[in-house]
Design a protein around this ligand. Structure first.
Ligand code: AMP
Ligand code: MG
Length: 443
């Protein structure tokens, strides 16, 4: 059986980015730019004021006598006249600087009387002016290819007049649930039936990942109906099935694929949960047969499907982000398979702390709720102990954790994080302490 690392490598190697295309900026949020996007014009488009106040030019010697207010320049309503020495133009933030003016005196540094303005001090020439092109020049690259277009990038490009961008397309992901026992939310499960909860995990995560889920419904445990759904799925960019992928007599996914143009890349990975994971290409489209147990579906999605989605979407860094964290309690570890436990990762003043879900039954949804990371327990590590430095994979990225990379780097010791982790694990193996158990059933 291949390891997690080997399986992940095969997934990443087998999936290539989709062909990019032009789309409107309006439709591009969350997509990855495939060609650099350039400004159509410079910004600011003209010299303008950074303050509410008065625009002036060279001051006459006797400026204490006051400057005549000869007009106003408001945002969107520039002053078109000529300004002479000894004159001033009322101006608002963002309004164009009138010709012949080069300095802004903020309103709070002036006194206005009888259509004249008196300056409280001597202004510095050029103060409070935003110069044309100081933010960016026409034709300048504003966003490089490979960047995810989030609100900041979209606003920047909009300001520069960019209406169309070249992006990797939004992924369409087909989801097929399998199992005679499944009913859809809204129905009351009869004897032996359960709600198709995996669909809701996947649908939500796919939305969160910026994909369009195509939910094809529940395939019964027979090859004919399953085959019909699989045939509908091949228009998608990636196909996911849940359940029916193990060795039971009702597990029909593999047999259904055999009659089709399916290239199996691997089946079964030495992980817990998620061992029966199937990965291959159906009509050259990445195909994941996820095991049906909810925690297994969720883990294999995060560990394998997410990197494949990122790769298809043109992202450069597709592997899960990792952190080293201090365990807040003892945990019973894995065994022959690398274990992945749902956990909560928190930043506590100077380090990450990780708390593992108390119940990790692979048949349960409960362990998935309110979790933001997955603790990885290497093969053959039987136990982890409170205070151990452990490796966790982030689920949502780091932004929700309320601290910066820098503060984390400062908190770690001089030993490299990886060395520290290895030392801890070895220490545990040598000193077979009896941990207060966090029980996990066999996943
Ligand atoms: P399977 O992988 O088909 O053998 O299913 C393993 C376990 O996961 C069984 O207990 C199934 O009832 C359960 N299961 C399969 N599919 C789903 C689903 N879509 N939602 C919730 N549980 C599921
Ligand atoms: Mg089943």
């Amino acid at each position: 059986m291949i390891s997690y690392d080997q399986a992940l490598q095969r997934v990443v190697e087998s999936v290539s980015p989709l062909n990019p295309g032009e789309t409107s900026l309006h439709e591009a949020s969350g997509l990855i730019l495939a060609k650099p996007a350039k400004a159509l014009w410079q910004m600011p488009r003209c010299d303008n004021s950074a303050m509410d106040g008065f625009a002036i030019n060279e001051l006459p010697e006797n400026f204490e006598a006051g400057l005549s207010i000869v007009g106003a320049s408001y945002a969107g309503h520039p002053f078109s006249g000529h300004v002479h020495p000894g004159e001033a133009v009322r101006i608002n933030t963002g309004a164009a600087l009138p010709e012949n003016t080069d300095t802004i005196v903020p309103i709070e540094d002036t006194i206005e009387k009888n259509n004249k303005v008196f300056l409280k001090g001597t202004p510095k020439q050029g103060q409070h002016v935003r110069y044309a092109g100081e933010e960016y020049r026409a034709e300048e690259i504003l966003v490089n290819s490979g960047t995810i277009l989030k609100a900041g990038e979209i606003a920047l490009l909009a300001s520069a007049g960019v209406e169309q961008v070249c992006v990797y397309p939004r992924l369409r992901v087909a989801v097929i649930s399998t199992g005679d026992e499944l009913v859809e939310l809204g129905q009351t499960p009869g004897p032996g039936q359960i709600i198709n909860s995996n669909l809701h995990f996947l649908r939500t995560r796919l939305f969160e990942c910026g994909c369009t889920p195509i939910c094809l419904g529940i395939g019964a445990d027979d090859q004919k109906t399953l085959g019909q759904l699989i045939d509908q799925a091949i228009d998608a960019d990636l196909i996911i099935t849940t359940g029916g992928v193990s060795v039971g007599e009702k597990d029909h996914v593999q047999a259904t694929l055999q009659n089709r143009n399916f290239e199996k890349i691997f089946w079964k990975v030495a992980i817990k949960p998620g061992k029966p994971l199937l990965f291959g290409k159906l009509e050259a489209k990445p195909f994941f047969g996820l095991p049906g147990n909810p925690a297994a579906t969720a883990a294999t999605f995060e560990l394998f499907v997410k990197p494949a989605l990122k790769r298809l979407a043109g992202e450069a860094d597709v592997l899960p982000e990792k952190r080293i964290a201090t365990l807040t309690h003892d945990v019973i570890g894995g065994g022959k398979r690398q274990a992945f436990l749902w956990c909560s990762l928190q930043w506590d003043k100077r380090e990450y702390q990780v708390t593992v879900s108390q119940r990790q039954g692979s048949g349960q949804n409960r362990c998935l709720a309110s979790k933001n990371a997955i603790l990885s327990v290497p093969t053959d590590v039987k136990s982890l102990y409170s205070g151990d430095r452990v490796e966790v994979l982030l689920i949502e990225g780091d932004s929700c954790l309320g601290h910066s990379e820098t503060s984390f780097a400062m908190a770690t010791s001089k030993r490299s994080q990886a060395t520290e982790l290895r030392c801890n694990l070895r220490h545990n193996l040598l000193h077979k302490r009896d941990p207060q158990r966090t029980r996990g059933e066999d996943l």
